[in-house]
Design a protein around this ligand. Structure first.
Ligand SMILES: C[S@@+](CC[C@H](N)C(=O)[O-])C[C@H]1O[C@@H](n2cnc3c(N)ncnc32)[C@H](O)[C@@H]1O
Length: 303
């Protein structure tokens, strides 16, 4: 009998752990190996207590039931790691801005296609997506400084010179982080990697916080997409999926890279985290490497 009066924590059996691991994998692709089992157990226990259930098996039954959809979404949110920052991994961003965008602008201008679509897949709280939008806007301005447009640009100058259109899609599996990204306000501690030039041009100071300016905000669209599902956003010129695949096992990584291939326009580029790579996952991309930055360009296969 418990002397403290509190009910003892339910024990997670090996069989229950396997069931729950398999369910999480099936739902979102996240794989919890031995190194991360402790984290999974901890989060499962928290959710189980929140639902006032007394065994992990009853919790599993709830998750697979029709009434359990909302709880399943909450569990998945609790299992994600949302660490991110503005201008993360500078070498990759330099490669994106100076080489990849330059090549895309040239290629598209020659074909009179004036739209750029960039997807931040697994965007967390939005810093990556807003960073990409700022980099594209600056790269376009610099491109047109050297190659002036044959038309009069309206005054005041819009962020993106017409006829160009920029669309940045930011997606995640967690509604909580998507709401934060959509709100677009950040505290001083989240701004340490944003230099004052960027702060001045793209942020307003609202009380103690920094708010993304409206014209920039309007170019970034936040949406729920689970990377485990088959149908993902198409026609992207560039996909950033950084520090997401590392939580998937190899089979799931291979499936995801194959889907990304189909989600890219011909010759489009994929960026993965600086500790991740496509080595052994796909032969449909060629590596582009410059000054410590790496990207993967879609190889076009002749029919
Ligand atoms: C560590 S953050 C990376 C954020 C950003 N890409 C970066 O590198 O700074 C990983 C994000 O991937 C998201 N994620 C994990 N599994 C996912 C899935 N199956 N579908 C979509 N997003 C997922 C998580 O919710 C989390 O916000």
């Amino acid at each position: 009998m418990s002397t403290s009066g509190a009910a003892p924590a339910p024990i997670l059996t090996e069989a229950e752990l396997k069931l729950l691991q398999a369910l999480v994998y099936q739902e979102c692709g996240m794989h919890f190996d031995e190194r991360r089992t402790h984290f999974l157990q901890d989060r499962l226990l928290r959710r189980l207590k929140e639902c006032r259930l007394d065994s992990f098996y009853s919790y599993y039954r709830l998750l697979i039931s029709n009434q359990g959809k909302e709880e399943l979404a909450k569990l998945l949110e609790n299992l994600t790691v949302n660490e991110t920052s503005f201008f993360r991994h500078k070498a990759q961003l330099d490669l994106f801005q100076k080489s990849v965008l330059e090549a895309l602008f040239k290629h598209k201008s020659a074909r009179r296609e004036y739209s750029i679509r960039v997807w931040s897949a697994g965007c967390s709280t939005g810093q990556e997506a807003y960073t990409l939008a700022m980099l594209v806007i600056d790269a376009l301005a610099y491109y047109y400084l050297r190659n002036p447009l044959p038309i009069n640009v309206p005054m005041p100058k819009p962020l993106v010179p017409p006829p160009w259109r920029l669309e940045v899609l930011a997606s995640d599996i967690s509604y909580t982080v998507l709401r934060t990204g959509q709100e677009g306000t950040y505290g001083e501690n989240q701004m340490s990697t944003v230099d004052y030039g960027y702060r001045l041009r793209y942020f307003d100071k609202v009380g103690e916080r920094y708010a993304i300016k409206k014209p920039l905000k309007e170019m970034v669209h936040f949406d729920f997409h689970n990377l485990k599902t088959e149908y993902l956003p198409q026609r992207n010129d560039v996909i950033f999926c950084r520090n997401v695949m590392m939580y998937f096992d190899e089979a799931e990584q291979k499936r995801l890279v194959e889907k990304f291939y189909r989600c890219l326009n011909a010759g489009g580029y994929l960026f993965v985290g600086h500790a991740e790579s496509l080595l052994g996952l796909s032969s449909k991309f060629q590596m582009v490497h410059k000054d410590s930055g790496t990207a993967y360009q879609r190889i076009e296969v002749r029919e």
